[in-house]
Design a binder for this molecule. Structure first.
Ligand SMILES: [Cu+2]
Length: 271
């Protein structure tokens, strides 16, 4: 061994000792254990092309996202329920706003309603009862991007919208990342209570749902009048009561009694 090698070895020993002293040997060992688990996941899952930082788990804040080409066998667990996310075309009556700059189609009544296609953005089922500890798989059946986001002040965006707390106090303020077409997002609902969730890009369009976890005598969420009109419409449907969701187990989007469909012309009015 040359003198230089000896010097280098000496400095390596010193720096290594310094590191061990700084973090404590116990900490260093548990960090190594973590690395082993992570690389096991990275090499095992189909569709997992990059190294990942943690073993597959359903995070309390970020849940678990399964990409479109990911095999279910790579998921941390199999879900107990599935909720699909849709964008479906629908015929709606648009109130035509009379204006001198607007060309009126020959034969059309100026200012009268006109039927046009406008999509529904929705979760299906839109009401779901689950047991504490159940895992729900939110699956994007559409070509758009959606999120599954807890109704909590954390996700308010003043002055555009303010969210009150409409999940149990013991639950973390969770949200999925944007879930793209054909992707899944898993979340585990541990804390009993009523959870109202929304899709951030489509809140104004009424893309919300309600999950009831457990079956104690939960109170109906209050303050609907502060919500965007399209959200009031969904949560105001009689089928969306906590009592009905627990009784039915699941409420389909098509089952909602919606007296007044959202009027797209009023969607983006200043409130
Ligand atoms: Cu959406």
């Amino acid at each position: 061994m040359s003198e230089r090698d000896r010097r280098n070895e000496g400095s390596f020993d010193r720096s290594r000792r310094t590191v061990l002293k700084a973090v404590g040997a116990g900490t260093a060992l548990s960090a190594l254990a973590g690395v082993g688990a992570a690389s096991g996941h990275g090499s095992g899952g189909k569709g997992t092309t990059s190294d990942c930082w943690c073993p597959p788990c359903i995070d309390r804040l970020a849940g678990y996202t399964a990409l479109a080409d990911e095999d279910e066998s790579g998921w941390p667990t199999q879900p107990d329920h599935v909720v699909d996310m849709y964008i479906e075309p629908r015929q709606v009556l648009f109130q035509q706003v009379p204006s001198e700059e607007t060309d009126v189609e020959p034969g059309a009544t100026p200012g009268g309603p006109e039927e046009e296609e406008f999509p529904d953005f929705f979760f299906d089922p839109v009401g779901l009862h689950v047991e504490p500890g159940d895992v729900v798989d939110f699956y994007n059946e559409s070509t758009g991007l959606h999120t599954i986001t807890a109704f909590t002040p954390r996700f308010s965006e003043p002055p555009y919208f303010e969210l009150s707390q409409r999940i149990p106090d013991g639950s973390p303020p969770f949200s999925s990342p944007p879930v793209a077409a054909d992707e899944h997002w898993l979340y585990k609902f541990d804390e009993p209570g009523v959870y109202d969730v929304l899709c951030l890009p489509h809140l104004d369009l009424g893309m919300v749902m309600r999950l009831v976890v457990g079956e104690d005598d939960f109170e109906e969420p209050e303050g609907n009048e502060d919500l965007p009109p399209a959200v009031q419409t969904v949560f105001g449907a009689p089928e969306m009561s906590v009592e009905n969701i627990v009784e039915e187990g699941s409420v389909a989007w098509d089952d909602l009694t919606i007296e007044e469909r959202l009027d797209p012309d009023t969607l983006f009015e200043e409130g």
